[in-house]
Design a protein around this ligand. Structure first.
Ligand SMILES: C[S@@+](CC[C@H](N)C(=O)[O-])C[C@H]1O[C@@H](n2cnc3c(N)ncnc32)[C@H](O)[C@@H]1O
Length: 203
């Protein structure tokens, strides 16, 4: 993923990445990072002292910048949230496995809790990558400004979905590209695209 655009374009310039494994900084002698939930129940919970030790090791204290805990219980990741996060100078993403975080991590160490969607994954690695990719492509130079300006959820499309796109061949198995796109009439094309965007955005 890091070798492909747009991430590769901004890595080392607009974006620096640092990965920290809780196991490398855990204060527990055994190298453990999680423990059984108080009150009983299945699975293990990421310990608050372990998450704090990881933040201390990297930042020397609780960071002053935004610390996002990735959890299904967080606010939903939308393009609006992505735009907001892309403005941040620094971001720390906390992820977990098994039963998730000791709630004190979310309450006291994180400044935000974000979910990538209303479903449960096995761990926070994929959610962290999803958020990273979505934010990275909003950094300066990541993608062409025209592409970003007119894509799904952009202000230019009123927050709606992108219109249908086609490329060569103009006919394949009898499946045709709409005539208007071949007309060379930019006014009509623009109008058609906006109409298509509007109609597919209404659910
Ligand atoms: C198996 S999940 C824990 C689910 C938790 N017990 C619950 O019911 O909400 C383990 C970890 O995966 C990550 N995760 C799973 N689904 C996620 C989602 N939709 N959004 C963000 N993170 C998620 C979180 O870091 C979470 O703590």
């Amino acid at each position: 993923m890091c070798e492909q655009r747009p991430l590769a374009t901004v890595l080392g310039s607009e974006l620096e990445l640092r990965l920290v494994n809780y196991r490398d900084t855990t204060p527990l002698h055994s190298g453990e990072v999680d423990d059984e939930p108080y009150g009983g129940g299945a699975g293990l919970v990421l310990r608050v002292d372990v998450a704090a030790a990881a933040l201390d090791a990297v930042y020397g204290a609780v960071p002053q910048h935004r610390v996002v805990a990735l959890t299904p219980q967080g606010r939903q990741l939308t393009q609006e949230v992505v735009e907001e996060l892309a403005q941040e100078e620094r971001l720390t993403l906390l992820s977990s496995r098994s039963e998730g975080f000791d709630e004190r991590i979310v309450a006291h160490l994180a400044s935000d809790a974000i979910s990538i969607g209303p479903y449960v994954l096995s761990g926070g690695e994929l959610p962290a990558l999803v958020l990273l990719d979505a934010v990275a492509r909003r950094l300066p130079g990541a993608i062409r400004a025209e592409s970003a300006a007119l894509e799904s959820f952009s202000g230019e499309l009123g927050g709606g979905l992108e219109y249908p796109q086609y490329t060569r061949p103009a006919e394949f198995r009898g499946w045709l590209v709409p005539d208007v796109l071949l007309s060379g009439d930019h006014g009509r094309i623009e109008e058609w695209r906006r109409e298509q965007s509007r109609s597919r955005s209404v659910r």
